[in-house]
Ligand binder design. Structure first.
Ligand code: SF4
Length: 340
């Protein structure tokens, strides 16, 4: 499967990147390994515009590996609040501790793979940006760009299968002398030009060589087997009494431990109308959250008695809440005229 000279493709991409790259705080000559690591942890499954304010605050609070390694996990999770996927924050903390303790600092792809929460994608990104290795990054964006460039229209079973096919194709066009820029260029092209819906081919450095573009099938690939989603319904209680809100430790196992949310209801004491209904997706789950507002004993007794706490509304910003719950609670308080 060829689309011309691999070096020429790599050069075109780098010329485009040099012209068009977004100025981001984790890019440029002054960037430290620490900034690269923090940005890569934050950018996993999260968009650049969401990460930007977090990244600035993070650097002010934890300016280097030492500061982060010595911080408490509570402080770290509080700074992370709202970014979601909290395991990333725990792994970033452990990575900082391992980095500080290491006599030989990590440089290569393999060195970074030995760090907590660092998988092949992140190891390739960090080591190449740091100038220590030349492994290509492959994530959903890169799968899309490269599958289109080569008009690979097979149906992939899942992302892991696609990575195996796409990695050698992407590696083949990498300009190794600028591996860090090349990897960032590939990610940037996927995020800003070769979009999932309606790719902006006229702005693409590969417009004239991209096989999918030439065949007019750019919006149809890559193809994946349909994901099976499971549906789940959760009933929750929104109870406010004497200026205090009832919260419960998340029952969501390790993923969200130490994080508070509106308590789940075991069963429904009556046929009350819901106060609010929220829908969200986590992984392959589609969750409907039905929220009831009451302070009657029957309802309070119906909550799952994990760890509960009545938290003064004035102190809500001190509590680590899951991102969606903070948003819901703020909008409930605003629409009810309550204040915190
Ligand atoms: Fe993507 Fe279009 Fe560029 Fe092909 S020409 S890589 S489809 S943006």
């Amino acid at each position: 499967m060829t689309v011309g000279n691999p070096d020429a493709l790599g050069d075109l991409l780098l010329q485009w990147y040099d012209r068009e790259k977004r100025e981001l705080p984790w890019r440029g000559d002054e960037v430290s390994v620490y900034m690269t690591v923090v940005s890569e942890f934050m950018l996993q499954q999260t968009q650049v515009k969401t990460v930007l304010p977090y990244f600035d605050r993070w650097l002010q609070t934890f300016p280097d590996f030492d500061a982060l390694a010595n911080a408490s996990i509570e402080e770290i999770l509080k700074q992370w609040e709202g970014l979601g996927y909290y395991q990333r924050a725990r792994n970033l903390h452990k990575t900082a501790q391992q980095y500080v303790a290491a006599d030989a600092k990590p440089v290569t792809y393999d060195d970074w793979l030995a760090y907590p929460g660092v998988g092949p994608y992140m190891a390739a990104a960090i080591s190449s940006i740091q100038g220590g290795d030349t492994q290509v990054v492959v994530d959903g964006n890169v799968i899309r760009v490269i599958a289109r460039l080569f008009a690979d229209n097979r149906v992939f079973k899942d992302a892991a299968t696609a990575v195996k096919v796409i990695r050698p194709l992407a590696q083949n066009i990498m300009i190794e002398a600028r591996s860090g820029d090349f990897n960032q260029a590939l990610m940037e092209l996927g995020a800003t030009v070769c979009k999932k819906q309606k790719p902006l081919c006229l702005l693409c450095p590969w417009e004239k060589t991209c096989k999918a573009r030439i065949q007019g099938i750019e919006s149809e690939i890559p193809l994946f087997k349909k994901t099976k989603y499971t549906e789940r319904t959760i009933h929750r209680l929104y109870a406010i009494e004497k200026g205090k809100l009832l919260l419960a430790k998340s029952s969501n196992g390790r993923r969200l431990d130490d994080i508070w949310e509106l308590p789940e209801l075991d069963g429904l004491p009556s046929n009350e109308n819901p106060y609010s209904t929220k829908k969200r997706g986590i992984g392959n789950e589609r969750i409907t959250e039905i929220i009831y507002k009451s302070t009657d004993d029957a309802w309070l007794n119906g909550t799952k008695k994990a760890e509960h706490q009545w938290v003064p509304l004035k102190k809500l910003d001190k509590v680590l809440l899951s991102g969606p719950h903070r948003k819901w609670i703020s909008s409930f308080l605003a629409s009810d005229g309550d204040s915190c």
